[in-house]
Design a protein around this ligand. Structure first.
Ligand code: GLU
Length: 453
């Protein structure tokens, strides 16, 4: 049987065993096809049945979360933790609270996390979790009661050397605090069981900034390879969460001009550059809509979601040199890719997890747009989480600068590993294949070392 026939068989099985999990299928499809050069070179992966083994989570936990809202009404949500792979370290990956969360979404994120974490060069396995709970419009007390209810089940399955969750969409320092408090109450242990904690009680400097900063470092390394840099480049950024905010902040340090950001309600286009302090106040302190940004700055454009042409995302119709999709999965489709190419975009750097559809990627690559895949470009967040785990384990604290230097070095290593691997396997500069092959190889080889567990 050829490698391609093997891949088709695995994908067929997934369609059968996981019907309707479209995002999971999409993520597996992308990874498996990019592994062909490695699988053809070394038959041990086939002999050891690695493709089938690595696409099934080691453990999937789904549970009911009952919590009481401010009116005294009992509400019910679903909680998830998919512990996908522990070949190279304890399970590691964020928790996402968003109404779109379902098993397929958590499995796609957990699957991506295996390779992303491996690529960081650190000892962390892959996992993801979350809930279909919608934090939007909820009071602080409701958020607290929900986090406590979720942890009342989750605590049985996690631990500092077992599984270490963190934040993702809808889960920031506030939620991590409530989750940690409940874990400590239930177990009586003050341990590094979660990352993204506040600095006063075990958090790491630079963790909050790390995904966005890391994404910009990665973009800079790509550009440098082709004798270009970020200076003066017009950048379109999507999202207004942690990743987008600190991408925008770091872009200014490199002399670039970030002109957009977006949330679930609409897009801001600010030609002279996004005002980072207004953005932080609105999103980090007041948890408001971006509409408020337009009230503060009357020289910007606010385009509400309802005004978008069908199937298009406003951010990507903005003329830009570089695009940083930093919001969510499949937010950049073929139509968007066409607009970016027509407007002369030279690089798409993925700050979010799987933000570009397969058709968009194909079009961008065909049109010679450089591409920084999410597994590599956004790995700075989880890498800094591991630095937080290290500090917790050794009861030490590193300064902002120390962590930032380590983060930059990790992003450099990730870039070089992905680039060199692409060269080794005959597709120089294809960072998607380079990242997938390098991330896969370390995990698969470790699985083989550890036997048929
Ligand atoms: N949610 C982030 C990611 O997608 C961070 C995970 C972590 O720090 O464990 O990589």
């Amino acid at each position: 049987m050829s490698v391609e026939t093997d891949i088709k068989k695995v994908l067929r099985n997934i369609k059968k065993s996981s019907p309707g999990q479209t995002e999971f299928y999409q993520a597996v499809h992308e990874v498996l096809y990019s592994l062909i050069p490695l699988l053809e070179e070394d038959t041990k992966y086939k002999i050891q049945n690695i493709l089938e083994r690595i696409t099934v989570p080691e453990r999937t936990i789904i549970f009911r979360v009952n919590w009481t809202d401010d009116k005294g009404q009992i509400q019910t949500n679903l909680g998830y933790r998919v512990q996908f792979n522990s070949a190279i370290g304890p399970y590691k990956g964020g928790l996402r609270f968003h109404p779109s969360v379902n098993l397929g979404i958590i499995k796609f994120l957990g699957f991506e996390q295996i390779f992303k974490n491996s690529l960081t060069g650190l000892q962390i396995g892959g996992a993801k979790g979350g809930s279909n709970f919608d934090p939007k419009g909820k009071s602080d007390n409701e958020i607290m009661r929900f986090c406590q209810a979720l942890m009342s089940e989750l605590y049985k399955h996690i631990g500092e050397t077992k599984d270490v969750p963190a934040g993702d969409i809808g889960v920031g320092a506030r939620e991590i605090g409530y989750l940690f408090g409940q874990y400590k109450k239930l177990t009586g242990k003050f341990e590094g069981v979660l990352t993204g904690k506040a600095i006063n009680w075990g958090g790491s400097n630079t963790r909050k900034e790390a995904t966005g900063y890391g994404s910009v470092y990665f973009a800079d390394f790509i550009l440098n390879k082709y004798n270009k840099d970020l200076q003066g480049k017009i950048c379109a950024v999507s999202g207004a969460g942690n990743v987008a905010i600190y991408t925008i902040e770091k872009l200014y340090e490199f002399g670039a001009i970030p002109v957009t950001c977006s949330d679930s309600q609409g897009t801001i286009y600010h030609k002279k550059g996004i005002d980072i302090s207004t953005l932080k106040t609105i999103k980090e302190i007041n948890h408001q809509s971006l509409e408020v940004y337009a009230q503060v700055h009357n020289d910007c454009q606010y385009i509400p979601l309802s005004h978008y042409p069908e199937g298009c995302h406003q951010v990507w119709s903005t003329p830009c040199d570089i695009a940083f999709p930093s919001a969510t999965q499949n937010e950049l489709n073929l139509e968007d890719a066409k607009l970016l190419v027509a407007n002369g975009c030279m690089l798409v750097n993925e700050g979010a997890n799987m933000p570009s559809t397969p058709e968009a990627i194909e079009y961008l690559v065909e049109h010679n747009v450089l591409f920084g895949p999410g597994k590599a470009a956004n790995a700075g967040g989880v890498a800094t989480s591991q630095l937080e785990m290290s500090q917790n384990a050794s009861m030490s604290r590193w300064s902002f600068e120390e962590v930032d230097i380590k983060l930059r070095q990790i992003m450099r290593n990730i870039f070089e590993t992905a680039y060199e691997t692409s060269k080794e396997f005959g597709c120089e500069g294809d960072l998607i294949s380079g990242a997938n092959i390098a991330g896969f190889k370390k995990v698969a080889d470790s699985m083989i070392d550890q036997g048929s567990v």
